[in-house]
Design a protein. Structure first.
Ligand code: CO
Length: 172
């Protein structure tokens, strides 16, 4: 089921999410809804807090370029209670967010990330990545801590963003 995505400056997005303790039906429904919502809104990642659920749950699905950006469900990485265990190097990437729709800006992130997480059945996994997934996991992890990518911009860029955002809200 597609759920409503909370948009900046909704205060719920600033809430810190709590770890998942039960890998049950409720969690599976949440994950399924998160996938439906992410794909419906053309996102590559979504954190549970973005649909108002303060749990440490993320979904990431990197579109397949060769297949017109398809995002088959079986390609979804379901990330529960993630821990970033090793972060190295630096990279910059133009990020966007379903909670800050229509705004894109360069953000500096670690280039290499090793992270540990649980899947929907409670099995533990470890992944090391230095490609787009590394950016995505850091962006989504920030959501669990109540942080949006616009909070990682320089003061100048942030001011510019706030101005643009206010202007846009008025137009609505
Ligand atoms: Co986001």
């Amino acid at each position: 089921m597609v759920r409503e995505v909370l948009v900046y400056p909704n205060k719920i997005l600033k809430q810190k999410s709590e770890p998942v303790t039960e890998f049950n039906e409720e969690l599976h429904t949440l994950l399924d809804d998160m996938y439906d919502t992410m794909v419906a809104k053309n996102g590559v990642g979504l954190a549970a807090i973005q649909i108002g659920v303060p749990k440490r749950v993320l979904v990431i699905n990197i579109p397949i370029e060769e297949q017109d950006g398809a995002q088959p469900k079986e390609n979804t990485i379901e990330v529960i209670n993630p821990e970033l265990i090793e972060c190295n190097g630096k990279t910059k990437y133009q990020e966007g967010c379903l909670s800050v729709p229509g705004y894109y800006e360069d953000v500096e992130r670690f280039a290499d990330v090793k992270f540990r997480y649980y899947d929907r059945y409670g099995n533990v996994h470890e992944t090391k990545t230095d490609d787009f997934l590394a950016i995505a996991i850091q962006h989504e992890y920030d959501h669990l801590e109540g942080k949006l990518f616009i909070e990682r911009l320089s003061i100048l860029k942030r001011k510019k963003f706030e101005k643009e955002w206010k202007k846009r809200q008025k137009k609505k």
